[in-house]
Each structure stands twice: as structure tokens, then as C-alpha cells.
Design a protein around this ligand. Structure first.
Ligand code: HXC
Length: 288
């Protein structure tokens, strides 16, 4: 779809680049000539992904084990990247989420999500942005959010609040940093199956109970998204051919949020026993 050298000369950091959508976007960037750096919590997973992408694309991919819940680690790793040459783009992709009744969430449970999604994204963005500004470099930020930024996210309140905050950050920085040559946009993907999200948002007992996650009846385009389709949008937004687009949040969800909210409102029908089963299934994933 795009020229193979679309991103030649670009250097892009993808947080959460070791798995899922982050991995797919990283591969697309590397395949189109960008130098890619991936961050994630698990060093071994990152190393394997970086090697796999290098092998597949012949591109330049490096990995750094950085937990974005740690602001100090972010700043140190960002400095190391810029010491070798400035980034041109940042993809805020790392996230954490699980479904739960909100009344069951402790302060710690809220922090488990917000420390990654809200705090981690803010700290990573500022770590890149302040270096772009100090060096007089252009920059480009893409943040992965969800359509819950418009609808709210029943049963995923910490994620919905944090992602809505990222959307507010995107709009704010598009204006504040625009005159400095820094763009900021967001992508709101709908159902693109990934292991990390599906295990925590559609655990087996819930899928069995509702049949949800197995079909695509609530999606006007009647299918799940393919990772390459998200990667295509992430490529376009990152490219030099897209330099007038900033402050946008673009849904890519087959029309799901307009038709049916794209969130977990249907879970209001579950009872306490259902939630006990769901909770146990998700917690076993966290421990794994
Ligand atoms: C209620 C729960 C819970 C559950 C954990 N907690 N699971 N509370 N229901 N199911 C509580 C715990 O009791 C604890 O609080 C606190 O949360 C932290 O628990 P930990 O087990 O220590 O969690 P932690 O190790 O921090 O891991 C949580 C996590 C993990 C970070 C969210 O799931 C993870 O690593 N996720 C990364 C991958 C991921 O989630 N990907 C999906 C992203 S999808 P107490 O009070 O007991 O100490 C996404 C948007 C998708 O973001 C949009 C799709 C449309």
C-alpha cells in the first residue's frame, strides 16, 4: 500500500512494542524504512520480537526493557535514545486493562491501570517532547486509545478515565506544541484481537456466558479488525505526507462504537457469581 521507503530517515519508539498491536505497528514501521526502538517490561519477549522483526523486514530494530510505570527509567532510557540521535516519532501503545465491577476496585487496582496508561503515557511523552523542544527537532506522537474516550467504559473505568486523559493530552499538545513542529494524534482501535487484551477483557467464562468475542454481530462491517489495517493507519499518521494532521482521534473499529457503544455495557446483565468466575480467570492471567 505504501512505498517501502515511506519512513526512511525516521526513528520511532513504540512502547509496548513486544506484543500485540505494538508489535504489528513496529513491524510495519521497520518494513517501511524506519529505525525502530521497542520498549516493554519483559526483556526476553522484547528481544525475541526485535529479532523476529529484523529477520522478517531486514530493518533496524532495537529493544530496551523499560517499565513505563517508572518515570526515572523512562527518562534514563529516553536520554540513551537521544544520545544516539533524536527520535522522530513516538507511539504510546503500552497499556493495561481488565474488566471488573467498579465497586470491586481498590485504590491499588485503579493505580495498576492508571500508572501505566495515564502516568506512563504522560511521562514518556514529556520525556520525548522536552528533548524535541530543547533540540529544535520536529516530533510526531501517536497515542493508542479506545472509543471509550467518547462513550465511557462501563466495567473498565480506570482504563476509560486514563484513555480519555490521553485524548485530552493529545488535543492539548497539538495546540501547545504545534508551533514547535510537534504533531499529536490518537488512534482508537476497536476489536483487533490480541492475547493481552482478550485474556483480560474477554476471559473464557465471559465468552462462554455471553457468546461475545466470538462473533462480530455488533460490528457494522461484520468482522474483527486485522492488525495490518491498524498498521496502515499508524504508517500514514507517522509519514511526512500527513504533516497537516494534528489533534485528531481517529476510530478504526468497523463502525462498532457508533452502532453499539463499543464498550462493555452489556455486562450489566451479569450477576455476582458470574463476576466471581470472571475475576478468577483474569487474576490467573495476571499471575501467569
Ligand atoms: C479486580 C483486580 C483484578 C480484577 C487485579 N486486581 N485484577 N481487581 N478485578 N480482575 C487488583 C488486585 O487485587 C490489586 O489490588 C491490583 O489490582 C493490582 O493487581 P496485580 O495483580 O498486582 O496487578 P499487576 O501485576 O499490576 O497487573 C495488572 C495489569 C496486568 C498491569 C493490568 O493485567 C497487565 O500486565 N496487563 C498488561 C497487558 C494488558 O492488560 N493488555 C490489555 C490492554 S487492552 P489490591 O488492592 O488487591 O492490592 C486496553 C484497551 C483495550 O488497554 C480496548 C479494546 C476495545
Amino acid at each position: 500500500m505504501f512505498k517501502p521507503d515511506l519512513l526512511s530517515g525516521h526513528k520511532i519508539l513504540v512502547t509496548g512494542g513486544g506484543t500485540g498491536l505494538g508489535k504489528s505497528m513496529s513491524e510495519a514501521y521497520a518494513a517501511h524504512g524506519a529505525e525502530v526502538v521497542i520498549w516493554g517490561r519483559r526483556g526476553a519477549v522484547l528481544e525475541e520480537t526485535a529479532a523476529e522483526i529484523r529477520e522478517k523486514t531486514g530493518g533496524t530494530v532495537s529493544d530496551m526493557a523499560v517499565d513505563i510505570r517508572n518515570a526515572g527509567a523512562i527518562d534514563e532510557a529516553m536520554q540513551a535514545i537521544f544520545d544516539a540521535g533524536p527520535l522522530t516519532g513516538l507511539v504510546n501503545n503500552a497499556a493495561g486493562n481488565f474488566i471488573s465491577r467498579t465497586e470491586d476496585l481498590s485504590a491499588n487496582a485503579f493505580n495498576a491501570i492508571a500508572s501505566i496508561v495515564a502516568h506512563g503515557t504522560f511521562n514518556t511523552t514529556v520525556a520525548a517532547g522536552k528533548r524535541w523542544i530543547a533540540g529544535g527537532h520536529k516530533g510526531n506522537i501517536i497515542s493508542i486509545v479506545t472509543t471509550w474516550v467518547w462513550t465511557g467504559g462501563p466495567f473498565t473505568v480506570p482504563s476509560a478515565m486514563s484513555k480519555a486523559g490521553i485524548n485530552a493530552m493529545t488535543q492539548s499538545l497539538a495546540v501547545e506544541w504545534g508551533p514547535k513542529g510537534i504533531r499529536a494524534n490518537a488512534i482508537a482501535p476497536g476489536p483487533f484481537p490480541t492475547k493481552g487484551a482478550w485474556e483480560r477483557l474477554m476471559p473464557a467464562p465471559l465468552a462462554a456466558k455471553t457468546g461475545a468475542g466470538t462473533g462480530a454481530g455488533s460490528i457494522p462491517l461484520r468482522r474483527m479488525g486485522e492488525h495490518q489495517e491498524l498498521a496502515n493507519l499508524a504508517l500514514f499518521l507517522m509519514s511526512d505526507q500527513c504533516e497537516y494532521l494534528t489533534g485528531a482521534c481517529i476510530p478504526i473499529d468497523g463502525g462498532q462504537w457508533l452502532a453499539s457503544g463499543g464498550n462493555f455495557h452489556a455486562l450489566t446483565n451479569l450477576d455476582g457469581g458470574d463476576w466471581d468466575m470472571i475475576n478468577a480467570a483474569i487474576r490467573s492471567t495476571n499471575a501467569a
